[in-house]
Design a protein around this ligand. Structure first.
Ligand code: FE2
Ligand code: FE2
Length: 292
């Protein structure tokens, strides 16, 4: 990416910062029929059991699931900030990359605070990550080389971008959440633009093995995001009978919906530098049921 392009991104970030304190109408209370997550993004919509729920149960399902989404975003961004803070130590402090990443870190910390405030406002009781999620998050942040971490972060940002687009444009969603999604969507758009530019340097000179590894890192990141918020405890909380069976169905249902609604841009990106080959295709098909 050209230096002038990075300077342009820095300028926008400085001149048009989106402050959660003023951008989000925190004082607005939800209307009785407001939803918290677009129905298409909930784990149960599309299953027969969804039609047996009362309106209140549907609202509560979205509220608990959006709390998991916000909690997972915040956690993922906190890990990414740890990595970025170390990464910039090796960059010249006056380089455009260094200065953009400082802006990104500032914005990511604001996002984390905004997510936490939203969870509190929704009286959310976030369920902790599973030990497997926690372990892999911490280990990869500590040991993976920078290019792999940027690959992983970009793939997660593309998913959050998609959620943001769904959330900010849905009139049935509680106004506070709509604005939270909107703010995040706008700022992440710039991060995605920068990271894609940065990664071009890596993919341009990557050979077969590197491309295979990049592809698998992205796949694992997406798989982790997908499995983060379908939780049996939520079905128990909202009083759905037989939560074990519902959890099993929901996992399958959400996997299919996720593949249909969320994978498009990721597949396009991985395909753009040849990340699908005989060593990776089977895994994408197996874990994400992706048509690659
Ligand atoms: Fe963010
Ligand atoms: Fe970001």
């Amino acid at each position: 990416m050209q230096a002038e392009e990075i300077e342009r991104l820095i300028k926008i970030s400085k001149e048009r910062p989106l402050m959660p304190e003023t951008y989000v109408p925190w004082h607005e209370t939800p209307a009785a029929d407001d939803l918290y997550l677009p129905e298409v993004l909930t784990s149960l919509q599309g299953l027969p059991v969804y039609d047996t729920l009362t309106q209140q149960q549907k609202i509560d399902l979205g509220r608990h699931e959006v709390v998991q989404v916000l909690y997972s975003y915040g956690w993922g961004e906190a890990l990414f900030c740890v990595f970025m803070s170390k990464f910039i130590l090796d960059l010249p402090p006056d380089s455009p990359e260094h200065r953009f990443l400082i802006r990104e870190i500032i914005e990511e910390y604001r996002h984390q605070e905004m997510f936490a405030q939203t969870i509190t406002l929704l009286q959310g009781e976030p369920l902790k990550q599973t030990p497997m999620h926690r372990f892999s998050g911490q280990v990869t942040t500590k040991y993976l080389p920078a290019d792999y971490l940027f690959m992983g972060s970009l793939s997660v940002e593309l998913i959050t971008d998609l959620y943001g687009n769904h959330g900010r444009r849905a009139p049935e969603i509680y106004s506070v959440l709509r604005k939270v999604f909107e703010l995040h969507n706008i700022e992440e758009g710039r991060h995605i633009h920068f990271t894609k530019g940065l990664l071009e340097q890596y993919t341009a000179k990557a050979g077969y093995i590197k491309k295979t590894l990049y592809s698998l890192v992205i796949l694992m990141n997406i798989y982790f995001v997908r499995t983060m918020y379908v939780r049996k405890e939520i079905y128990e909380r909202i009083g759905i009978p037989n939560p074990d069976a519902v959890y099993k169905e929901a996992t399958k249902n959400f996997r299919n919906k996720f593949t249909q609604n969320c994978l498009g841009l990721i597949i396009e990106f991985v395909d753009s530098w040849g990340g699908f080959n005989t060593a990776t295709r089977w895994a994408w098909r197996l874990l994400l049921k992706a048509k690659v």
